[in-house]
Design a protein around this ligand. Structure first.
Ligand SMILES: NC(=O)c1ccc[n+]([C@@H]2O[C@H](COP(=O)([O-])OP(=O)(O)OC[C@H]3O[C@@H](n4cnc5c(N)ncnc54)[C@H](OP(=O)(O)O)[C@@H]3O)[C@@H](O)[C@H]2O)c1
Length: 275
């Protein structure tokens, strides 16, 4: 019997991180469940990991601080001599127009969304004695500009640039580094963005522009990360994989804004081929 693999996922007490943790657990991967506040949810996630037939640990560590990232990996090495995967998943930011961004917003955004990826990848790579996989979870604000997302979008863009540098430098150690870039994904954070940011455009105006006409799910994201962590993705490195239902490939004028007769061309449930 081979030794079970080990994955470290930041922010895996809930949301995309948790769904990914359970996916990996079903494949027999042991998971390090990191969280900041929700000890109960983290414990529940670990229980579900065990119910799925794997094991793991929970680690409370605030990755917004360098000490927190080190505490996370210090806890990892107390339990596991080596790891196979590191997923930099947890994120947070203020949502502001450029003119409203204060120095502390900038500092916190970098500390929360860029520094933990770099410091975490350094510690993780050191523990990947038999090669490994690193994935960072980003979002479409890294490449497109939409209201109040400047700070987090810029941080995610930095992460995607770092993916390429890390892929180049860690490749010789047989470590792949990639990003999964999410569109509009149905989670607690999405609810916050559309319902708590004053004046935000209604989510429906975005949903109707997405070619697949639905929000993504946490499992859509977890499936893509799972793929990049898998044997099947062994020769893929330095890439950004978009999981957005086509949101970022469309441009104005949108099909959603067209009217009859043009609109009928894409709204017909079963496109008939009769001339
Ligand atoms: N939701 C979307 O629409 C969407 C779209 C595209 C990309 N993404 C990206 O997907 C990733 C996951 O997003 P999500 O919405 O599932 O969850 P999230 O809100 O980014 O993260 C929730 C998880 O992160 C933990 N966390 C928060 N701050 C932390 C800190 N300082 N230290 C350690 N852990 C911390 C939380 O722990 P506690 O439970 O203890 O608070 C929880 O486990 C993010 O990178 C996000 O940018 C999301």
């Amino acid at each position: 019997m081979s030794t079970p693999k080990v994955a470290v996922i930041t922010g895996s007490s809930r949301g995309i991180g948790k769904v990914l943790a359970l996916r990996l657990a079903r494949q027999g991967v042991n998971v390090v469940v990191n969280y900041k506040k929700s000890a109960d949810l983290a414990a529940q996630t670990l229980q579900e990991i065990r119910d799925a037939g794997a094991d793991g640990i929970t680690v409370q560590a605030d990755i917004e601080t360098a000490e927190g990232v080190n505490a996370l990996f210090d806890a990892v090495i107390e339990h596991y001599p080596r790891i196979d995967a590191f997923v930099s998943n947890a994120a947070a930011s203020a949502f502001k127009a450029i003119d409203d961004i204060k120095p502390h917003h900038l500092e916190r955004c970098i500390n929360m969304n860029v520094r933990p990826f770099v410091l975490g990848a350094q510690r993780a790579a050191h523990l990947m004695s038999e090669g490994g996989r690193i994935v960072v979870v980003t979002s479409y604000g890294s490449q497109r500009a939409f209201p109040t997302y400047a700070l987090l979008g810029a941080a995610k863009a930095a992460d995607e640039a770092l993916v390429r540098y890390m892929a180049a430098e860690y490749g010789p150690r047989n470590i792949t580094v990639n990003a999964v870039n999410g569109g509009l994904i149905d989670t607690d954070s999405l609810d916050f963005f559309y319902h708590k940011v004053p004046g935000m455009a209604p989510m429906q105006t975005v949903l109707e522009k997405i070619p697949l006409r639905r929000p993504g799910t946490a499992d859509d994201m977890a499936a893509a990360v799972d793929f990049l962590l898998s044997e099947n993705a062994g020769y893929i490195s330095g890439q950004v994989l978009s999981v957005d239902g086509g949101l970022t490939i469309v441009a104005p004028p949108y099909w959603a804004d067209t009217t009859a007769p043009l609109r009928d061309a894409v709204e017909r449930p079963h496109h008939d081929t009769e001339k």
